[in-house]
Design a protein. Structure first.
Length: 365
């Protein structure tokens, strides 16, 4: 009886909360009668699932760690597959991430020695999964082993890569120049992430935020940022007009570089939290750095300037060919990036950075 009285009082004071509690009670019942009702409902639902297993309004994106890169490149794949979902008129995008213990054996020896053999699964949970939360259309996200993946894939009418199966565990293909693939404002930001960034970077501070994303990775080090040059450049900016924020590399080597930045503001939280990184990029006036995976997030925003220094002329020949086998050209922005993003072919020396930056000082988006 006391539960009924409490419910009536809550109905008078906060009916929305009452309805929420009723829903929760049905989902995880504590009352005998509701438990019986839930059991009956579950029986009917299970029978329905056996009859109709199709997910007609969903596209399943299968990302097998054995044959796909476990890097920020996933953002490009995700953007392309989301575009595919929309072109097919489907409402939701489900992600099936296939975890393979043997994945590290299928990578370059130099890559594994740089990141560590156990880093693949760490990246699945701390990079790949968080990137999916930047797209409102993403519904279910599964991380399963191969045998479970093949079973789940069989429940979908719409799947990419098409024909993924035990006999043919296909890799995803992302052509950055495919016809019809243009910029669309698809990235979304949680209210929590925006509020946290708003607390760190309050709007009462009228200075323009300029982020500098550093790369200081052990793998293909010629792609790395020239950190002394970026520091020299940052010192040239008027501190009364611009608030320079460094974002270190999200690696153990990157953290060691933070001591070089002791006289500057460092927002290392962005290293470890994708949503905070994305929200900061969105909050900034300009995001700068050498062309790298993390800055791709900024390249998909149209409310900020994005400056990427393309150092590909220094890349090893095999890596250079791999980079430009996906349909883009050196120094050229992918078709689906925002028109507020620009690539600059060359090196990130201080004088070049300052020259480029000064081209934007009086520009308005």
């Amino acid at each position: 009886m006391h539960k009924i009285i409490a419910a009536l009082n809550l109905f008078k004071t906060n009916p929305n909360l009452l309805f929420a509690k009723i829903k929760i009670e049905f989902l995880a019942p504590t009352i005998w009668g509701i438990k019986k009702l839930r059991s009956l409902y579950s029986l009917i639902l299970n029978n329905k699932a056996r009859v109709d297993r199709a997910n007609n309004d969903r596209l399943l994106f299968v990302y097998d760690s054995l044959v796909n890169p476990i890097t920020f490149d996933f953002l490009h794949y995700l953007y392309c597959v989301n575009w595919m979902r929309k072109s097919r008129g489907l409402l939701y995008l489900d992600i099936l991430i296939v975890n393979r213990p043997e994945s590290s054996s299928n990578r370059e020896v130099s890559y594994i020695s740089a990141i560590g053999a156990d880093n693949i699964f760490w990246r699945l949970t701390n990079l790949i999964v968080p990137l999916t939360r930047l797209f409102a259309s993403v519904g279910r996200v599964f991380i399963v082993d191969a045998s479970e993946a093949f079973r789940l894939a069989g429940r979908y009418d719409h799947m990419y890569p098409e024909g993924y199966s035990y006999a043919n565990p296909k890799n995803a293909v992302c052509r950055l120049d495919q016809p019809g693939l243009i910029y669309q404002s698809d990235l979304t930001f949680s209210k929590t992430a925006m509020e946290i960034i708003g607390s760190y970077f309050n709007s009462s501070d009228a200075r323009k935020i300029v982020t500098i994303t550093l790369r200081s990775y052990d793998y293909i080090s010629c792609r790395n940022s020239d950190i002394p040059s970026w520091i020299e450049f940052a010192k040239e900016l008027d501190p009364l007009k611009f608030r320079v924020v460094f974002i270190p590399d999200a690696s153990s080597n990157g953290i060691l570089k933070i001591q070089q930045l002791e006289s500057f503001e460092v927002f290392d939280s962005a290293c470890w939290n994708i949503e905070l990184r994305a929200a900061l990029y969105h909050r900034a006036w300009m995001n700068m750095g050498v062309a790298s995976g993390p800055l791709a997030i900024s390249g998909l925003l149209n409310n900020v300037w994005t400056v990427m220094i393309d150092r590909s002329l220094d890349y090893p020949e095999d890596f250079y060919k791999t980079c430009y086998s996906t349909g883009v050209l050196p120094g050229k922005v992918p078709n689906f990036y925002s028109n507020t993003c620009q690539f600059y072919l060359g090196r990130d020396d201080a004088s070049t950075l300052l020259k480029i930056f000064n081209e934007y000082v009086d520009k308005k988006i």
